[in-house]
Design a protein around this ligand. Structure first.
Ligand SMILES: [Zn+2]
Length: 311
């Protein structure tokens, strides 16, 4: 549970959020691969491990530890310089595009270790041994068919889905930040004044689409905000991002990277604000987020309470 002080700070910052921000009208929906994740000094997790394996596959010497520190930054700069890229030491779309390799069954190398690491984000439980045998084939085929991707090889588009998705969750719902970012106890916290939730996240935390839908950009007190008009009929509002990775009017799938949290708009400190609305009225998102965290089927948005999650 947050301290009263933190609640007060968030409340002061978000004071007029309820009157925030017109949603820009969604235009024609278009299917899109998830955005490549942006990795930089301080990033951690499976995507970092995958990138480190891919760098090793490219002939660079570095420790594979899932920690993006000075060593990885230095190697990335060398890789970028050698590939005609701006050497900023970050792995964004252009660097990913040069880093990934097309893989097929039978491959045995560090890039396969990266592939196995990425697949394990989605619960496949593969041994990370670099050997593309039958278990890896099954996982690749399952992962691709679930996303409408054809063919049995792992190409750049497949890598984009693998690294751009969050992994966890259940059904068509995913956690809005990585499971390791905050403990479960943060997801039952009440919100000031009206149904919503504030998750205390440092600037730059990756945020993901809670479910599939169509993107709108929101501004005003919400800062750099994103609204998802969900395929489930609900509307999901994310506020105070540091940057957005998806265009207004585009389609997203559950777990797709939306952007990175921050402190834009009416805030006093960085956090991620989430609202769930059904027919324009706010519902309490806590039970939905807790279910997703636990990996069980979440309640329908219309079954979420409209009171009882405020202070
Ligand atoms: Zn809030």
């Amino acid at each position: 549970m947050p301290t009263l002080l933190r609640r007060l700070a968030i409340w002061l910052g978000a004071l007029a959020l309820a009157v925030a921000a017109a949603l820009t009208g969604p235009t024609a929906a278009q299917a899109a691969a998830p955005a490549w994740p942006l990795l930089s000094n301080g990033s951690t997790g499976a995507n970092v491990t995958t990138a480190q394996y891919l760098l090793r596959h490219r002939g660079y010497s570095l420790t594979v530890d899932g920690q993006y520190g000075a060593g990885t930054t230095s190697v990335v700069k060398s890789f970028q310089s050698a590939n005609g890229l701006s050497a900023d030491g970050q792995i964004g779309p252009q660097t990913w595009g040069k880093l990934v390799v097309t893989l097929s069954a039978g491959a045995n190398n560090d890039a396969v270790r990266g592939l196995q690491t990425s697949l394990n984000k989605y619960g496949y439980g593969l041994a990370v041994d670099g050997d593309w045998g039958p278990a890896t084939t099954n996982a690749v085929n399952n992962f691709k068919s679930a996303r409408g991707l054809s063919g049995g090889s792992v190409d750049a588009t497949t890598w984009q889905y693998l690294t751009g998705g969050s992994g966890g969750g259940t059904g068509n719902y995913r956690l809005i930040i990585g499971k390791s970012v905050l403990p479960r106890s943060e997801y039952d916290d009440p919100h000031h004044d009206y149904p919503a939730i504030d998750l205390p996240t440092v600037t730059g935390t990756t945020t993901y689409a809670i479910t599939s839908g169509t993107i709108g950009h929101v501004g005003g007190n919400c800062g750099l905000g994103i609204g998802i008009t969900g395929d489930d009929g609900a509307y999901y509002l994310y506020c105070h991002l540091n940057s957005r990775s998806v265009a207004a009017g585009s389609r997203v799938s559950a777990g797709q990277v939306l952007g990175y949290t921050g402190a834009t708009g009416n805030v006093t400190g960085p956090h991620l604000h989430l609202e769930v609305r059904v027919n324009g009225a706010n519902r309490c998102p806590q039970n939905m987020l807790l279910a997703i965290y636990d990996g069980v089927t979440p309640p329908a948005p219309s079954a979420l309470p409209a009171t009882g999650c405020t202070y």
